[in-house]
Design a protein around this ligand. Structure first.
Ligand SMILES: [Zn+2]
Length: 293
């Protein structure tokens, strides 16, 4: 499943094709994605211009000149392809069951920029939704999301306040979208290792008694930002298929410190520990019991 860094990489890849461009033709080949495409989808898009392409957690948000926002989610296996100037680009460089088979090209945008943007999704867990910009704050999919992990709002004070009194594990707290938005299993494991904090630690222990930030909360925020920043730089991870579009090996999976490294030596200098796998809330957690306390 694409995680936040991949979605951000996709956003950056789509930006030149979409931003400032008008939808000239929209093809809705298959309407039954995770949810049916919105009523009058084609008519509401054609003729409008994309004023900006943003991201909230794992949602892409295209701000339209019509006053609506096109909300897009990749689901489990969704991807975009951009045809432009005789070439094809697949932003994100990841291959989660990506298929080039045209039967899975469900939505096609022909843009005034000359770009043709295709949404392909074999498993159809992805979706598109049109929301009035004025109602975006009340949108059920976005309303309960916590702060963006790469935004200015997310800091040690906020994280500590969110964890105050929480009896759940730190792993569960960080995976809670209300605490911080868009962090999935991989990056939670990686951030905890970088911060040298055990995933089993009770979440409340990163807050002071009064609910203020501790050194642990500071370390954790720094680690979350670093882990996501590195992944975006590397173009997202690519777990299922390590090959990039150019056939080279992807970069980021080589720099996972704990994720999917059960039984291998911990990479923390001088640690000497071995990466362990445990199951927490039905998901695998990878961590080093020696340097993560
Ligand atoms: Zn270690």
């Amino acid at each position: 499943m694409p995680e936040l860094p991949e979605v951000e990489t996709v956003r950056r890849g789509l930006q030149p094709a979409l931003e400032g461009a008008r939808f000239e033709h929209v093809l809705a080949r298959r309407r039954d994605l995770r949810w049916p495409l919105p009523k009058d989808f084609v008519r509401r898009l054609e003729g409008t211009t994309v004023e900006g392409l943003g991201r909230r957690a794992k949602y892409l948000l295209a701000d339209l000149s019509s006053g609506e926002v096109l909300l897009m989610h990749l689901g489990m296996s969704g991807s975009f392809r951009v045809f432009q100037d005789g070439g094809t680009d697949m932003p994100g460089r990841f291959h989660h069951e990506r298929t080039e088979h045209l039967t899975h090209d469900h939505v096609v945008f022909e843009m005034s920029s000359g770009a043709i943007v295709t949404f392909n999704d074999p498993r159809r867990f992805g979706f598109m939704k049109l929301v009035s910009r004025t109602k975006l704050d009340h949108e059920p999919l976005l309303r309960h999301l916590g702060p963006e992990p790469l935004g200015n709002e997310f800091d040690a004070t906020l994280l500590a306040a969110a964890c105050r009194g929480k009896k759940t594990s730190l792993k569960a707290a960080l995976s809670d979208q209300r605490v911080v938005a868009g962090l999935g299993n991989i990056y939670v494991c990686e951030a905890l290792h970088r911060a040298r904090l055990s995933p089993k630690r009770q979440a409340s222990t990163i807050a002071s008694r009064a609910g203020g930030a501790t050194d642990r909360a500071e370390r954790l925020v720094e680690a979350v930002r670093a882990v996501l920043g590195d992944a975006i730089e590397a173009g997202g991870s690519s777990l299922r298929d390590h090959k990039r579009t150019d056939g080279e090996l992807g970069d980021f999976q080589h720099s996972f410190r704990v994720y999917d490294r059960e039984g291998q030596p911990c990479v923390t200098p001088g640690c000497g520990g071995t990466v362990r796998r445990i199951v927490q809330t039905a998901r695998s957690t990878f961590f080093c019991p020696v340097c993560q306390k």
